[in-house]
Design a protein around this ligand. Structure first.
Ligand code: HEM
Length: 244
């Protein structure tokens, strides 16, 4: 059978400035994960969906009109994804992995459960997206890839393939980080026409911006993840056709 993963040999990045840069990047990822978890997820667990809808918070107006099943899936999705977003960032902390490997293993199991629950919830709510078909396909593809990369990361570590596990976890967390990037892209795209001096009306600008984010929130993350994987000398992804 053709192997999809091939080790790519690159120079090891063990220099001090490289490590300092990684620490800064990791701190940034952790803080943004905490901020998005608190800012976007917490309101859903402190105030009812109806009240949030009345205050026009996030997508609450859309989901206040859906069935109780879809609303339950939304809550399950937000809880699982928020847990994954915060725990996932902690899992990349080298100190935790080396000093407390048992904690890393347990947080890893909770992280994977968060991904599974968040992805299944995401698949159920995707057809209700205000972005229509783009929302359905973009978020569903994200959920499927989220599950698939988590499964590959889990299988790799069960085989004691540490490099493979790290590479799949980088891809998987890049997808988890879509939760942050969506909330970075949306205001940028919303305000872009203003910055370009174009006519601007909120509803139209929001609809335009929201039509882009179901794919934009994760596709560039995956490209960045693959670059990072190669830079670290971890097994990079090869399409079977490219190998042939
Ligand atoms: C990575 C895989 C993820 C998938 C497949 C996914 C999928 C979805 C979908 C389909 C929606 C509804 C969007 C719409 O109706 O247009 C949604 C909303 C939401 N998601 Fe996710 N999501 C993911 C990650 C995350 C993460 C990591 C968080 C962390 C906090 C998160 C928190 C939320 C929240 C709070 C909402 C409600 C929308 C709002 O009011 O801003 N999601 N997600």
């Amino acid at each position: 059978m053709t192997r999809l993963i091939e080790p790519v040999r690159t120079a090891p990045l063990a220099t001090a400035p490289g490590r300092a840069g990684s620490r800064v990047a990791w701190t940034f990822v952790l803080l943004t994960a905490l901020a998005v978890g608190a800012y976007s997820a917490v309101p859903y667990f402190t105030v009812s969906l109806r009240e949030l809808a009345g205050d026009d918070v996030g997508l609450a107006p859309t989901y206040a009109e859906t069935s109780p099943f879809v609303q339950a899936a939304l809550y399950v999705h937000i809880a699982g994804s928020a847990v994954a977003l915060v725990l996932g960032a902690l899992q990349f902390w080298r100190g935790l992995r080396t000093r407390a490997p048992k904690v890393h293993r347990w947080l890893g199991r909770i992280y994977l459960a968060g991904v599974a629950v968040g992805a299944v919830g995401g698949l159920i709510i995707a057809p209700s997206s205000p972005a229509g078909y783009v929302g359905f396909f973009g978020f569903s593809a994200l959920a499927v890839l989220w599950l698939a990369t988590a499964w590959r990361a889990y299988r790799a570590i069960r085989r004691r393939d540490i490099a493979g596990h790290q590479a799949w976890m980088i891809r998987n967390y890049a997808l988890t980080y879509a939760g942050v990037m969506l909330r970075v892209w949306l205001p940028l795209l919303l305000l872009a026409p203003l910055l370009l001096g174009l006519p601007w009306e909120f509803d139209e600008a929001f609809a335009n911006a929201y039509a882009a984010v179901p794919f934009l929130c994760w596709l560039p993350n995956l490209v960045f993840a693959e670059w990072l994987i190669r830079r670290r000398g971890l097994p990079s992804y090869r399409l079977p056709l490219a190998r042939a």
